[in-house]
Design a protein around this ligand. Structure first.
Ligand code: GAL
Length: 957
């Protein structure tokens, strides 16, 4: 036995069954026996303590950190920082160690067969014992450990399996990903059985031209393969012939040695539909191993997709086509279980991605649950499959440390061995943020030889030099470059590989500004091919407020509507050190509700684009790579009125002209799924490309209004107002504003609540003019408000002069409160959800309405939210109050919420906020873009609010 494997990096595992791609998911008493369910459990203070008799129950699969059985060992969130200081191998004395135990019976039919224990994932070191016999050890928290337990089990009698999981180990330092630290058995545990001669591995290579090669590996538990064994393979029920020319065959039955054989089968399938993201055609491959009498010894079923992936010049080609990678980074995450995810949940993730235009997933930053790849094959998503290596805190020390060399190679090799048969996997990744060292090149060397059919990438290899790191990356895969950086690189003439960003557009809070600018550049610049948004999930953990514990113990699943729960982030479990909200940076909330940024992505990925071709014609372009438009349906929206249309018959990339269907300012094509797709039923909306055929009419509405009141300054105000309209230069900092440093600068400039001094009040004929000065650290801001009553409507004109020192502020606009009683809003502008100056492509202009309470998006940390871009008209109504109509003359940024900027700014969670009965209305002459500065580039210069004179006008009637 090996002592202290948990602080010995040279040892990655002991007595594990070699990783392979043979599937053992065929359930049935003679094949597979699930061990999921409730196990006996006890948590020790370190791995050297002996387990006692004090057992409690725990659910498997499931991390103990979110279950009551885990006691005080709760989730802990850090980004880069390791949870304990000092050298990676000096492990903390308190090293929670979970002992899981249960009894099981082995089916009598398994007598004489080989029996394997499969442990889907254990974080971070696993020791397996059966009936007191140590059967093996393993590391890598995101790949299965399998152990041959044939000799240890007693068929027909009760057996006991004990799985000891050690939380902290030498491996923790190379699993230092930006996510919650958990511990436990996080994926399913089962037993499977095979004959003593069995399928040890299976490799398939299927090309877009229909060529299929299947390599089966036949092994035996004895020293010699029995005479007469045989393998047959079928594709969709049609036999695949044995390749008699297979050069590895040494003797007639394809033995490589006495105990190892590799029969190869090859065929060409005629008229194959190539697999792609748009056409995920799959075929069923059955492989059966039998003995001399024809009795079945082992069997596996695999799905095969015929596709090619290659790099030609600066392009990554799938089936010869330069596909755009519209990707997103995904963790295995669940707000209740932490890491354990079911097939249904993963399907829901991918379905949501597909419906929002994503065609690719990077399995950040480790091999995701294997079912994810099945689903990606089936639904049509490209996958960058990433090895479980992130050495963030100790990157430089470890990437060249020879003690960790086996772990680097092992993690890459075991991932490839598991996942190589999936058509969805088009690129391998060596891991994340671990500097770049010899250990990486060693892993890359293994990989290039083992799987020459796919490119590999690693961001660390190109980090400092986009033309270097050739051994470690076939793709320039930077994270968070600026837009000019990628465009300049692509135009420099020096680019030597495709450029696909492994991370971009950080989705933390109210974010993803400039996504449209990114895609405009990507689509128009040869050499740029897309990237992966960071990230899919907000990793908020459902927390019970009564005792501050994760809700996992009770498996509460009804979302956070219950006021007894909230989404917890770093620090909320008393975890230190921590990185706070930085784990809440996804496109979907912890319960998978899409944030408004998802609308933006969906629109930018629209399969159809339209443009005004002049002469009463609209150009319609099919933007797909492999399909026509026959599976889609569309209807024109002519200034809000539907007009039926039939999509032209267009192949990939083709375009057609059609007549403008009617006289309109805004012409929108409502595109939806026309025929059921595996990821969306017919009728699912996909995009609303829109063109403006006539400029908007810039006028203030004049309606029969209510008589105005006069405020303390003599300004005419509408009686529905609960406060006078004031200048606002501040917004509740978004995560981007806060972490990007702008918020602190704005506070220093005194923009939060600058003192106001009225300098002059004048009454001129029908109007009142109030001049005021707002004091800021950059000097006085002059503000003039003129109000008058025009046909029963209060019309306000405003002018503000920002001094030179205020060259980048969050907003210039008006804020006022509307009395209680208003609960609905309707508007004409971008919608239906939040839109901002640099994020409104996903919100076509039109007439919308919603409840005021629903207009606000509850980002995990309260912040600016609920904005509507390009609003010209807004009405507020309530059952017992007269309606109020706001017009803005020209399209403005507007928001109506129950919170002031100060309310939002001072709260750290939503449960700390009390919605006001009044409505807080912001009407901005200018509003700063959102950018992505919490990690990556800020907004672009054109979306900044700079020094100068601002004039705006609005009316309330
Ligand atoms: C990247 C990293 C991700 C995440 C992101 C910021 O550097 O790869 O894991 O930390 O930044 O949210």
């Amino acid at each position: 036995m090996v002592e202290r494997i948990w602080d010995t990096p040279e040892i990655t595992g002991w007595r594990r069954v070699p990783a392979h791609a043979v599937r053992h998911d065929l359930d049935g008493p003679d094949r597979r026996l699930s061990l999921d369910g409730t196990w006996r459990f006890q948590l020790l203070g370190n791995p050297e303590q002996a387990a006692g008799d004090d057992w409690t129950g725990i659910r498997v699969p499931g991390a103990w950190t979110v279950q009551d059985a885990g006691g005080d060992d709760l989730p802990h969130y850090t980004n880069v920082t390791m949870p304990w200081p000092g050298a990676p191998l000096l492990l903390p004395e308190h090293n929670p160690t979970g002992v899981y135990e249960r009894d099981f019976d082995v089916p009598a039919a398994w007598a004489g067969r080989r029996i394997v224990l499969h442990v889907g994932a254990a974080e971070s070191v696993l020791l397996a014992r059966v009936n007191g016999v140590e059967v093996g050890w393993g590391k890598d928290s995101h790949l299965a450990g399998e152990f041959d337990i044939t000799a240890a089990v007693r068929v027909g009698q009760a057996n006991t399996v004990r799985l000891t999981v050690i939380k902290w180990s030498d491996a923790s330092a190379i699993e230092d990903q930006d996510q919650w630290w958990h511990a436990g058995l996080t994926r399913s545990v089962f037993l499977y059985s095979t004959g003593t001669t069995y399928l040890g591995d299976l490799r398939t290579v299927a090309s877009a031209d229909g060529r299929l090669q299947v390599d089966a590996r036949v092994l035996t538990t004895g020293s010699v393969l029995p005479e007469g064994w045989g393998v047959t393979t079928e594709l969709d029920g049609v036999p695949v012939p044995r390749d008699t020319a297979h050069e590895q065959a040494q003797i007639a039955d394809d033995r490589v040695s006495d105990w190892w054989a590799e029969p190869r089968f090859t065929t060409v399938v005629p008229d194959v539909v190539p697999w792609s993201d748009e056409t995920p055609a799959l075929h069923t491959l059955t492989v059966v191993l039998h003995d001399a009498d024809g009795a079945e010894l082992d069997r596996t079923e695999n799905r095969v997709g015929f596709r090619d992936v290659e790099i030609r010049g600066l392009d990554l080609l799938v089936n010869g086509v330069r596909v755009m990678i519209r990707g997103v980074n995904r963790h295995d995450f669940d707000p209740v279980t932490g890491r354990t995810v079911t097939a249904e949940q993963m399907r829901a993730d991918l379905v949501l991605m597909k419906r929002h235009g994503f065609n690719a997933v990077r399995t950040s930053h480790y091999p995701n649950d294997p079912v994810l790849l099945d689903l990606a094959d089936e639904l049509g998503l490209y996958v960058v499959d990433e090895a479980n290596i992130e050495v963030h805190d100790h990157a430089h020390e470890i990437c060249d440390d020879v003690r960790y060399l086996p772990a680097f190679v092992d993690r890459v090799a075991r991932m490839v061995s598991r996942d190589r048969n999936h058509p969805s996997v088009i690129i391998w990744s060596l891991g994340n943020e671990s500097d770049y060292g010899a250990n990486h090149d060693a892993a890359a060397g293994w990989l290039r030889r083992a799987d020459p059919t796919r490119p590999l990438q690693y961001e660390g290899a190109i980090k400092d030099n986009w033309t270097g790191g050739i051994a470690g990356s076939d793709i320039v895969c930077p994270m968070y470059p600026t837009l000019p950086q990628i465009v300049e690189h692509a135009r420099s003439g020096e680019q030597n590989r495709p450029l696909i960003m492994c991370e971009y557009s950080h989705a933390m809070g109210n974010s993803n500004g400039t996504l449209a600018d990114h895609w405009a550049a990507i689509e128009s610049t040869p050499g740029l091919q897309g990237g992966f948004i960071w990230e899919f999930w907000d990793h908020g953990i459902l927390q019970r407020l009564s005792d501050g514990r994760p809700a996992g113990g009770s498996f509460f699943r009804d979302g956070v509507a219950d006021p007894g729960y909230r989404w917890a982030y770093g620090g909320d479990f008393g975890d230190t050190p921590n990185d706070g909200t930085f784990c809440a940076d996804g496109l979907v909330f912890p319960d998978r509700t899409p944030k408004p940024a998802m609308d933006e992505h969906r629109e930018l990925a629209s399969p159809i684009r339209i443009s005004d071709a002049g002469d009463g014609l609209v150009r319609i372009v099919n933007r797909l790579g492999f399909r026509g438009l026959d599976w889609l349906s569309a209807v024109w929206d002519v200034d809000g009125s539907p007009v039926p249309m039939t999509l032209p018959d267009l192949g990939p990339g083709e375009e057609a002209m059609v007549p403008v269907p009617g006289d309109a300012s805004w012409l929108t094509l409502r595109v939806s799924v026309g025929q059921d797709q595996p990821w969306a039923p017919a009728g699912t909306p996909l995009a609303s490309p829109q063109i403006q055929l006539r400029p908007p009419v810039r006028a203030l509405a004049v309606t029969a209004g209510t008589p105005a009141e006069v405020d303390d300054d003599g300004l005419l105000i509408h009686p529905a107002l609960a406060s006078s309209p004031r200048l606002s230069l501040w917004r509740a900092p978004t995560d981007n504003d806060r972490i990007g440093g702008q918020a602190a600068r704005w506070r220093d400039l005194g923009l939060v609540s600058p003192s106001r001094r009225v300098t002059e009040i004048r009454r001129e004929a029908d109007r009142t003019v109030v001049e005021a000065v707002y004091e800021t650290a950059a000097g006085p801001v002059l503000h003039r408000q003129t109000s008058r009553l025009l046909q029963g409507v209060v019309v306000v004109q405003e002018e503000v002069t920002l001094p030179d020192g205020l060259d980048d502020v969050p907003r210039v606009g008006t804020v006022f409160h509307v009395r209680a009683g208003y609960d609905e809003m309707s508007w004409f502008g971008h919608g239906p959800r939040d839109t901002y100056p640099d994020r409104h492509a996903g919100g076509p202009v039109g007439a919308y309405d919603c409840r005021i309470d629903d207009a606000f998006t509850p980002y995990l940390r309260p912040q600016e939210s609920g904005g509507r871009h390009g609003v010209q008209r807004l009405s507020l109504t309530g059952p017992d109050v007269p309606p109020v109509e706001l017009t803005t003359g020209e399209p403005r940024q507007v928001s109506v919420t129950r919170f002031t900027a100060a309310d939002l700014d001072t709260a750290a969670h939503h449960d700390e906020l009390t919605p006001r009965a009044e409505a807080v209305v912001h009407l901005d002459a200018a509003h700063r873009g959102l950018g992505t500065a919490s990690c990556g580039p800020d907004t672009l210069p054109q979306y900044l609010v700079t020094a100068g004179v601002y004039r705006w006008e609005w009316s309330l009637g």
